[in-house]
Each structure stands twice: as structure tokens, then as C-alpha cells.
Design a protein around this ligand. Sequence first.
Ligand SMILES: Nc1ccn([C@@H]2O[C@H](COP(=O)(O)OP(=O)(O)OP(=O)(O)O)[C@@H](O)[C@H]2O)c(=O)n1
Length: 449
Amino acid sequence: MSWSDALTKALPLLHALERSGHEAVFVGGCVRDTLSGRALKDVDIATSAEPEEVIAAFPNTIPTGLQHGTVTVVHEKETYEVTTFRTESAYEKFRRPSQVQFVKSLDEDLLRRDFTINSMAMRADGTVYDPFGGQRDLRSGLLRCVGDPDARLQEDALRIVRAVRFASGFHLRIALRTWRAVLRHRHLLAHIAMERIGLELDKMVGGRDPARAAAYLAVSGMLHDTKEGLPQTLLDAAERYRARRKLRGDAASAAESRMLAAIQAVQALDGIEDRWAAICCALGFKEGQAAQLFAVLRYSTARSSQLTAVTAIHQDMLECPSLNEDTRRKWTGTILGRGKSAAIQWLRLVEAIPVLSPADLDQSGYLAQLKEWKQGMQASTNKELAIKGTDLLAIRKEPSGPWLGKLLGELLQAVALGELPNEKQALLQAAADAAPSHFQRPADEGEST
Ligand SMILES: Nc1ccn([C@@H]2O[C@H](COP(=O)(O)OP(=O)(O)OP(=O)(O)O)[C@@H](O)[C@H]2O)c(=O)n1
């Protein structure tokens, strides 16, 4: 077996605990990921040593969760969670154990874990301890709870969503007994903090097979059971998928087929932000629904506003499927209003997933023209304008006020539309000519529309 660098680096921790007379193993995700040939995110260690004994065995430790048996060990600038073998009991409200008991047996520790693929341990000599058949399940493509699925999912209802995350991330089928337990207990998701669900959904979207995750989420109906409501459009799409699982060809409307094709294609995108944006566009979210989704999932405001902006651009652009004067203005307005980076992101999405664009669009021609138009734009942010707010303050000799932003915005729009050159003198002249509250672009005077 080839040891990954991360495990090799952590080996001295196992050796130190063993020297002190304790049993110590790598456990959980790092074993699963090593056996599947994936990069490791973190290395977790389980040990028979109690927390004080772990603290005594290492020079540099942080007592991160002593009551749950976890000590963080700092070793060569890396941190490792070292957790005492434990069993859990008295799960409070289906989410966390209110009591843990430290035990001496690795078997007992592995027994409390969620899925067989997450319940394997690896010893310092590289041998894998796998009492529940995790390796076999990985090989045959099966996600299975350890022991009784009903008990496992009731202990921590987040495992209901984790089941979908692991099934989609590792291309696994959910075993029948586990799946039935998912359906029986999905209502318990109402006890789980939205933030934790948000983290799991993020991992699904960023994972190997987001379309598979979407199918499992839809077919199980679990999106209806979250503590806070998800956007109706999302729930409706999931319901339609559930009702007509094999939507294909004639059976599905053209719009539904396009939506499904777009969701299937999401994994072609590298970045998780692009994938989220593509999902919002594919589902036909309105701006407010995207904002609602990301607020409910507790994503940061910066993330949410960027993704919401891309969604809004998509809605705007669906209304103008050919590149005429109106579209040109709308696109300029979009770039100025929603931000250039959102506009660029949207272009990237529709280029990668053409089925996202309006059906009757001459895709290559339209997109090529849009790109050219965007690139040719002399300025698309205030920063790119050849004058600054201070220049305007100097010539207008008026105190700063809302007029300043308005004037800058109108100058920018005129430059972006090619109606004014992006040159300081021309812009100063236009600003000097303008009445503060009735600023007109020179080109507007001759406009016939
Ligand atoms: N609800 C949970 C969460 C975690 N675990 C156990 O704790 C380990 C570590 O959990 P976590 O760090 O959340 O996930 P990983 O499996 O490490 O996967 P990833 O790092 O990809 O999230 C899991 O492998 C599993 O054995 C569990 O049984 N039930």
C-alpha cells in the first residue's frame, strides 16, 4: 500500500501513543480517502489513551473538546485531532450525543460511526482494520450504514444528508435498508441547523457527481423537511423530478429536458461557485429566490450577492435572445448594475453549458458578439473611468452628495455604450455641461427612440 504524504507525516503521532502503551490508529475520512486514492483533507486519529494521557504524550497540544475526548496535537506545523475511543448515548434532539463514554475497544468506537466506508481504521504498519466491510462496499459501489440504519440516522439526523453526499461523491448506490431508513426518518432534518445542511450541500455541489446528489435529494423528498424553507422553485423542481423520475425525451417538456440536461452538465464546471450559479440558472431562479436560498443555507453575504447577481443576469438575458440595440443596452446596464465579474461569470457558464442559454438563440454568434462587446467596452466600473469623483467635486464646486454617484454612473453608462470617449477632458466637459439632477448624456439629445 502506498502511504500518502499526509499519513506519513502523521505517523510519529501513532508511534508516540504506542510507545506510551496505548493503541492508536488513523480513522474515518482519511482512511476512506486513502483507500479510494483521493487527496486527504485532514488526518484524524483515534486512540485508547484518555485525553490527559494524550496531553502527556505530546509537547504541544490544545484541549479542543475534552468532554468529547478530543485533543488537538500540533506536530510540524500541522494540527491533528486525536480522539479517545468512545461510545455515544442519549442523543439530544437527533443531533448530538449528550453523553460519551470513553472505552478501550476500537471495535466499539467504530460501531458508533455512520457508514461502513467511514468506519475503517488504519494501523501504523499500514494494515487496515475493517470490521464492517467498508472496503468491499467501496469496491462494489454501495453506501451502507454501520449496523442498524434506523438507529444510526436517528442518532444524528445530519447523516440523512451525509448519505446523499457520500453516495454522490463516491459514485455509490444507497443500500436498500439504508435508503428505507432515509425515507423513514427524513422528517428529523427539521432538528438540524441550516448551517450544517448548507455545508453538506456545498460538498455535494463541489463533489464528483452533483447530478446524482440532485436526483437523490429530489427522489427522497428530503428538501421539504429542513428547519427553514428552501425556495419554492427548488421544491417544485424536486417534486416534478420525483413524480416523473424518468423524465426523458417526449415524456418531459422541452423546458424540463433542458433543465435536466443543464443539471447533468454542471459537473463540467471546475469551480464550486460556477456550479452553484449554473444550478440557480438551470432551475430558473429569480433573483430573490437565489438570495433566499443562500441566506437560508447561511452562506456569506459576499458569496450570496455574487451568485444572486449571476442569477439575475441570466433572467435578464433570457428576455433578450438576439443581439439588437435593446439587448446591447440591456447588457451594458447589466454589466454596470450587476458588476463585471458577475457578467463574466455568467458568460463562462453559458459557454460551458450552452443548454443554459435561451432555446432559440444562435448560441455561438450571440455569445461571441456579447464577448466582443464586453471586451470592447472602454469602462465597465467607476474605477476604469478616466475621471474620479474628486475631479467632479473640483469642477462642480458643490459639496458631495447623491448627485456625485448619479453623475459618475451616467458618465460611466455613456462611456460603456460608446457615446463618450473615456478621456478625462471629454468627461470633464460633459460633467461641466450637465445640470446636477438632470444630467444628460450628449448622445441622448439626438436619440430618436
Ligand atoms: N454525523 C457523523 C459525522 C461523522 N461521523 C464519523 O466521524 C468521521 C469524521 O467526520 P467528518 O470529519 O465530518 O467527515 P469525514 O468522514 O472526515 O469526511 P469529510 O472530511 O470529507 O467531510 C466520519 O468519517 C465518521 O466516521 C459519524 O459517524 N457521523
